[in-house]
Design a protein around this ligand. Sequence first.
Ligand SMILES: Nc1nc2c(c(=O)[nH]1)N[C@H]1C(S)=C(S)[C@@H](COP(=O)(O)O)O[C@H]1N2
Ligand SMILES: [Mo]
Length: 199
Amino acid sequence: MNLITRGFHGRRGGDPTRVPPGQYETHDFPVLTVGPTPRVDTATWTFTVTTETGARHQWTWNEFMALPQERPHVDIHCVTRWSRLDTDWVGVCLDTLLEDVETTADYALAHCYGGYTTNLPLQDLTDGQAWIAHTFDGEPLAPEHGGPARLIVPHLYFWKSAKWVKGLTLLPDDEPGFWEQAGYHDYGDPWREQRYRGD
Ligand SMILES: Nc1nc2c(c(=O)[nH]1)N[C@H]1C(S)=C(S)[C@@H](COP(=O)(O)O)O[C@H]1N2
Ligand SMILES: [Mo]
């Protein structure tokens, strides 16, 4: 593997304008989870945005589903080197959820049912770049893929797309999440191969 040059690897992986360096295209949907799959009931599900001042904005499942829905059609890239092109989701854009949130924070930490966390600059969650999705390929999102709802941030490696997401904490300072503390890159841009800290 290491003897193959990056350029050759790129072509082997598929269309280099769609498949980032060091990735290969798959038509499967691998499951990558740390620990067991949490079972999350929509009857008790909530999504909460907490700002740096402690102000909380919370939605129940029914409130969330009543928000304007979008249909992102996106490519996703996992740091374990698979990329899947042309995935179809339905969900609520983060711009909609952050509309009435007053903040001067620059960072966000996503929290999940089950305890997983991941950090992102807040500007990567706005301007139509991120959604809380509840439907994949026309079906309710399966529990192993983060159902009932997960974050999707397709322009960053897929570990940033928190499954079973339950909220965002907005922070003035960056705070590393689960994989980021374990040595993965803080930002995780697949086009710059930001896999591990220092890449
Ligand atoms: N809550 C939670 N979210 C998570 C993970 C996890 O272990 N727990 N794994 C991340 C990683 S490393 C990847 S690649 C994707 C995998 O999503 P999938 O299992 O739907 O393919 O979810 C991300 N979100
Ligand atoms: Mo991953």
